[in-house]
Design a binder for this molecule. Structure first.
Ligand code: IVH
Length: 648
């Protein structure tokens, strides 16, 4: 399986390389491409025997037949990429380099080589495959910032080769695309694309019109000209009026490098050309040869790639635009979001595979990388139902025929909490005060492991929870007690049987007189109930076929939910009666006494008032006794209290 993926990735990357380097028409963003590369390199590590030899040696793409070919005497290499500081450190560690760097912005354009003879620009070429490029001299001559003749008399005689990046600045790029949109021409995906597409076509007037720029960063054989550092090269180039970017800095050590990278993370957005990272070069040119290169990249320099900004938003619709060549491009219409300082509501969606996976209303990831036109990217981390339940880590399963995914653990605390909330809700057992917070506390603390545990809660159970004082706890216990008088159908609804809401439950319990009757009914009998269909009948049957559910029903029967006209006699014998306790009790603790009162529907207060019904007096009674006498309140002993509650 994974080997298949390896082969597929080779083909995919090959295809995207061609689109990028040869056709100037990429279909995926640079960072999506980088992610494919990372994935493939991982797979190669895992299956070294299946890895394709020399695959990574390739630099750029084939040259276009329309141009004459130019051999590069010194090959034009690519750069290796790193994506975090650890990788950066490792890169230079391998060659024992840890200080003396030059950081420059990585210009997102098209690499070219320029040859000067006696100070006159005589030939320029694209990188091509690194060894052979395309002769684009005439086109390059149209770039205003490229010096055709070096006026400075100190410029070396003979052949001088410099290298740099042809680019289109963002302002020109935006204008160009605006005009193209008006003319109903296909838009360039990004400035690099526009620059490459412009330079690699035959009509030099178009090049002139489109205002390309160039920035130079490399002098071939610099040492021949007495230069020993990259820093000196940049000044030298600048001195002879070659356009050099000003966003560069000498960095003493990797710490300084990191700071430069961090500093330019945001500042790069203020440059008028696109960059997608930082190139870190070992400053000491005289060491470059010693450090060496692979066939693909130098070991004395590396590109740190910034993560492109990604934002999630909702897909509202998809429009299909038809380009000049008939190409149909899907355009995502989005709920507006801010990315890198602009509001985005349209994004190109030309990853066909991904297009097939998404639906209107989905949350999609929009990326604005080097591109001016944002893109929808296939974000692996998005909108996927996890394979493990986020709460209990059990397996997540998909019920055949249903669209929903479910946690497979029926004892999952999240399920229990939600079931408890539902059980206590107004239309079911109507237990006021048992909302989200309490349900979470009760299930998380393990005080409730199944719904019926609710009826075994003690005052102490509740007061031991955070933010639950005695008063609140009493109220809740009263509410729980009161819920015992709810009709049986409310309990049946509260069980949370799939497809059985309150109305269906009511229908059911009109036909079945007790929980047992309902539990014992087979599907046939259930179907006889008007309003109960096949799905509901099956669901009920399945519910009562489950041992744990049947245990729960037994619990409820013991609590007193059994018959339809259920009148629990014991519950409520102290209903509405207000008790105050004073002095030390001998036969039970204060808390046990309180609990009894509450379980039987009574209430507790800490002070005697005219509303008090009973003062229960233990040993060493104090002021409360006098007050009760004054107010003529019924005073009873501990034993009398026990008799009152049924002698238990
Ligand atoms: S130095 C041996 N400096 O990025 C390569 N390259 O992805 C030495 N690039 O091929 C290149 N900005 O076309 C260098 N400041 C910069 C650059 C830069 C952009 C390009 C260059 C290179 C490509 C690698």
């Amino acid at each position: 399986m994974q080997i298949d993926e390896l082969y597929n990735l080779y083909n995919l990357i090959e295809r995207h390389r061609k689109l990028y380097y040869e056709q100037d028409a990429p279909e995926i963003s640079d960072s999506e491409y980088d992610n494919l590369v990372i994935k493939l390199k991982e797979l190669e590590k895992k299956y070294p025997d299946s890895a394709r030899k020399n695959f990574w040696d390739k630099v750029g793409g084939k040259t276009n037949e329309l141009f004459a070919k130019v051999e590069h005497k010194t090959p034009m290499l690519s750069l290796d990429n790193v994506f975090n500081f650890d990788e950066l450190k490792n890169f230079f560690n391998r060659v024992n380099v840890d200080n003396d760097f030059i950081c420059e912005m990585k210009i997102d354009g098209l690499a070219v080589s320029l040859i000067y003879e006696d100070g006159i620009f005589i030939r320029g070429a694209t990188r091509g495959d690194g060894h052979t490029g395309e002769d684009v001299t005439e086109n390059l001559k149209m770039i205003k910032s490229l010096p055709l003749k070096i006026e400075n008399k100190n410029f070396p005689r003979g052949i001088v080769e410099v290298r740099g990046e042809v680019l289109m600045n963002t302002k020109n790029f935006n204008e160009l695309n605006k005009i193209r949109a008006l003319n109903k021409q296909t838009l360039f995906a990004n400035p690099r694309n526009a620059a490459a597409g412009t330079l690699r076509q035959l009509n030099k007037n178009i090049v002139a019109e489109r205002n390309l720029d160039i920035l130079i960063y490399y002098l071939v054989d610099a040492e021949k000209f007495g230069l020993n550092t990259q820093n000196d090269v940049l000044s030298w180039l600048n001195n002879f009026k070659f356009p050099v970017q000003s966003a560069f800095k000498y960095c003493k050590n990797l710490n300084d490098v990191e700071n430069f990278i961090i500093q330019w993370q945001d500042e790069k957005n203020n440059l008028n050309y696109m960059t997608d990272g930082v190139v870190i070069k070992f400053n000491n040119i005289s060491q470059w040869n010693n450090i060496g290169s692979t066939v693909h990249h130098p070991k004395w320099a590396v590109a740190y790639k910034y993560k492109s900004e990604r934002v999630k938003t909702k897909l509202i619709s998809v429009e299909f635009s038809v380009g000049r060549t008939g190409t149909i491009t899907p355009v995502a219409i989005l709920e507006p979001v801010q990315i890198s300082g602009t509001v985005v509501q349209r994004a190109s969606l030309h990853n066909a595979e991904y297009l097939a996976k998404i639906r209107i209303g989905d949350i999609v990831t929009v990326e604005k990388a080097g591109e001016i036109i944002p893109q929808i990217v296939d974000d692996d981390n998005i909108m996927k139902i996890p394979v493990k339940c986020p709460v209990c880590n059990s397996e997540v399963i998909k019920i055949p025929g249903e669209s929903a995914y479910k946690c497979s653990n029926k004892f999952c605390p999240a399920i229990l909490k939600e079931s408890l909330k539902y059980f206590a809700s107004r239309k079911c057992m109507d237990i006021k005060g048992l909302g989200n917070r309490l349900a979470a506390q009760l299930t998380e603390s393990g005080k409730i492991k199944k719904l019926s545990d609710l009826y075994n809660l003690t005052l102490f159970d509740l007061t031991s929870l955070e933010k639950t004082g005695v008063k609140t706890a009493q109220k809740i216990l009263n509410e729980i007690e009161k819920s015992k008088t709810r009709p049986l159908y409310a309990l049946v609804a509260g069980l949370g049987i799939n497809y059985i809401g309150i109305q269906t439950a009511e229908l059911l319990m009109k036909n079945f007189k007790s929980l047992d009757e309902l539990a014992n009914a087979d599907e046939k009998n259930l179907l006889k109930v008007k309003g109960i269909g096949k799905i509901a009948a099956r669901s009920i049957h399945e519910f009562f076929n489950d041992q744990d559910n049947m245990k729960l029903i037994e619990d409820f029967k013991l609590i007193g939910f059994s018959e339809n006209a259920n009148n629990n006699n014991e519950a409520g014998i102290l209903s509405g009666k207000l008790f105050v306790f004073t002095g030390k009790l001998n036969l039970m603790t204060r808390e046990q006494a309180w609990e009894k009162v509450i379980n039987l529907g009574g209430k507790i207060s800490s002070s005697v008032s005219s509303k008090t019904d009973f003062l229960v007096v233990g040993g060493k009674a104090g002021a409360k006794l006098n007050k009760a006498r004054e107010l003529n309140i019924k005073i009873i002993s501990e034993q009398e209290f026990i008799n009152l509650i049924g002698g238990k």
